[in-house]
Every structure is written in structure tokens, then in C-alpha cells.
Design a binder for this molecule. Structure first.
Ligand SMILES: Nc1ncnc2c1ncn2[C@@H]1O[C@H](COP(=O)(O)OP(=O)(O)O)[C@@H](O)[C@H]1O
Ligand SMILES: [Mg+2]
Length: 240
């Protein structure tokens, strides 16, 4: 089952791409000295930039350290994590928050060692209301007692308010930026929307940059930016 997952960090842990996710993990772990970063939300300005892919891989490498980790699909509009983990989405976050299903019944345990998964659940009529609710805030607080890391996949921040609302309840936000699709202004707009509600932006992940040089062909290249815009780490991965 686990071997079938199309998640590079599960399928190919030695791949340079998997290594790049570990660098991201390290950067997050060192991004804050004063405040423990336990819950991390991933968002982006638009769709298809790699939020779900990055969330899944980040959760796997967090769990890999032995830290009990949960990955929560907060994208009620285009849920994807149940597909990535080849599992059902009959009950998940929305059902738990609605009090219809217990957390214990909804959570999928050991999707990967040390990694639990909570899928999105049945789509509620108003996802923003759900994610911005006091119930959601309390739920995240409870998760902090059970898990060392909580990784939250969310919808794009520019289109709907879901991610903006949720950002108030998490320790940090990561902005996934697809280098090939997104205008710089869109990423800046996403950052501004998050900053406006007081979100703690840990940095940005530059995703899907294709590079070609000296006979090597690389398809993953990521930069990590500090929230003041400074480039604090650069990692380049090449593949033959
Ligand atoms: N680093 C990457 N390299 C190659 N393909 C990627 C990468 N990140 C995402 N993708 C692909 O791009 C598509 C959109 O990614 P996804 O994570 O679902 O985006 P989002 O959650 O932001 O909508 C998927 O088909 C995914 O497999
Ligand atoms: Mg997604």
C-alpha cells in the first residue's frame, strides 16, 4: 500500500527531491526561536501551485523524524489529500467539526509511520464559516496535545477567505509559489492578504521551477525566503 503512494518522500526517500523537503523541514524548525512552530498552514495565491503536494511531503518528512504528525485537509473546496493517500473521504474534518463523527473514528492512522491523516470530509455549505469558527480554533488546540506537528493544506488565499481566516489559528504559514505560473504580483497579493490578518508567514516555497544546465536536467528547485523577503537559504537539486 505505502509503496504505491505517489509521494516522492515515501516512494523515493533518497531522491534529491525528498532531500529538498528535508531542507524545508530544517528551515521551518529554525525559523523561530521564541515561539514553537507546531501548526503550519500551506497556502498559495492560486490553484495548482503545489499546496497539497508540498503539504503531503512536508508531513512525511516531519513524521520521519519520529515526531507524531497529523496532516489535515482544510481545502473543503478542492480536497485532494484523500486522493494522494489513496483513501476514502467519507468522513473527515467537516464531519468532526459538525459533531457527526468522533475524531477517533474519522482520523486515518499510520498513513505513513507516525503520520495520521484527517481528510476534508463532506463539503459543508460554507467552508469559510467552518474554518474560521471557534470550533476549528478549539479543535486545533486539542490536536496540539496529541501531535507534535500539525500540517494544514488549504485553498488558495486570493480566491476565497478560508485560508486567511484559518491563518489566525496556526503558528505559521508557508506560501507555496509556483514559479512557472504565477505572476510576482499574485504572490505579493497573497502575502499581503495574510499579513493583513496578522498571519505569521514563515516563508515561501518556490515550487515547480524547471532548470536545464550543462547536460543535467532538474525539475525541482526551491528557495526559501524569510518573511522579511531576505533569502535565507537556497537549495538547488539536479538530476541526470
Ligand atoms: N514540485 C513539483 N514537481 C512536479 N510536479 C508537481 C510539483 N508540485 C506539484 N506538482 C503537480 O502539480 C499539480 C498540482 O499540484 P497540487 O499539489 O495539487 O496543487 P494545489 O494543491 O496547490 O492545487 C499536481 O498534478 C502535482 O502532482
Ligand atoms: Mg490542493
Amino acid at each position: 500500500m505505502m509503496e504505491k503512494l505517489h509521494i516522492v518522500t515515501v516512494r523515493n526517500p533518497k531522491d534529491p527531491i525528498a532531500e529538498a523537503y528535508r531542507t524545508l523541514r530544517t528551515n521551518i524548525q529554525f525559523s523561530s526561536f521564541d515561539k514553537k512552530i507546531q501548526s503550519i498552514m500551506l497556502t498559495s495565491s492560486g490553484p495548482g501551485e503545489g499546496k497539497s503536494t508540498t503539504s503531503a511531503n512536508l508531513a512525511v518528512v516531519m513524521a520521519e523524524t519520529g515526531a507524531k504528525t497529523i496532516l489535515v485537509d482544510c481545502d473543503q473546496r478542492k480536497p485532494n489529500l484523500h486522493k494522494i493517500f489513496l483513501t476514502s473521504n467519507e468522513s473527515g474534518l467537516s464531519n468532526v467539526l459538525a459533531g457527526k463523527v468522533s475524531f477517533e473514528d474519522a482520523v486515518k492512522q499510520n498513513a505513513v509511520e507516525n503520520l495520521d491523516l484527517l481528510t476534508s470530509g463532506i463539503r459543508p455549505p460554507n467552508p469559510a464559516e467552518l474554518l474560521g469558527s471557534k470550533k476549528m480554533e478549539n479543535f486545533l488546540q486539542q490536536l496540539k496535545e496529541k501531535y507534535e506537528y500539525i500540517i494544514l493544506d488549504t485553498p488558495p488565499v486570493v480566491a476565497v477567505t478560508d485560508a486567511q481566516l484559518l491563518s489566525r489559528y496556526v503558528d505559521g504559514c508557508l506560501l507555496v509559489v509556483s514559479s512557472s505560473q504565477v505572476e510576482k504580483e499574485a504572490a505579493v497579493k497573497a502575502r499581503d492578504l495574510l499579513t493583513k490578518v496578522g498571519a505569521n508567514i514563515l516563508g515561501a516555497v518556490l515550487n515547480k521551477l524547471e532548470i536545464k544546465e550543462k547536460g543535467y536536467y532538474g525539475y525541482y528547485y526551491h528557495y526559501y525566503y524569510g518573511n522579511d523577503g531576505s533569502r535565507i537559504r537556497k537549495k538547488k537539486k539536479k538530476r541526470k
